[in-house]
Design a protein. Structure first.
Length: 133
């Protein structure tokens, strides 16, 4: 799945580059279609996906006034978690790579939950580009 984001002025720092904190917001926004597929409403759910680990690698500068394309792909679906890779590109330049682990979480009991067959099917449909969003 791809998402296009236009950097905001507030994303930039004193050097004229996009601040590293903006990448987290961009990647989170680009994960929203997956969240909506799995949990059609963000609020009032008894379960959701919670971020438990992230890695970000910055390989090139990013700038204002140039669209950023975020590609989101599911790398692995485990018993209670899934691993996602996201890349941010400006034009042909790979700028940022992120790896994220999300846990299927019971918001009431405050514990991880197994990923059931229905949820796994939806995650895999997203991963294969078959999901209707």
């Amino acid at each position: 799945m791809e998402t296009t984001i236009l950097p905001q002025f507030s994303d930039s720092d004193a050097l004229g580059h996009i601040n590293y904190l903006a990448a987290n917001r961009w990647f989170e926004e680009a994960r929203s279609p997956l969240y909506r597929l799995l949990f059609p409403t963000f609020f009032g759910n008894e379960r959701f996906l919670v971020l438990v680990h992230m890695e970000l690698d910055f390989s090139n500068e990013t700038f204002l006034d140039q669209a950023v394309t975020i590609r989101t792909e599911v790398l692995d679906v485990g018993r209670t978690s899934l691993t996602i890779r996201q890349t941010a590109r400006q034009g042909e330049r790979l700028c940022i790579t992120g790896k994220f682990v999300l846990v299927h979480f019971d918001l009431v009991a405050r514990t991880s939950l197994p990923i059931d067959d229905e949820l796994r099917r939806k995650i895999l449909s997203f991963s294969n580009g078959e999901a209707i969003l």
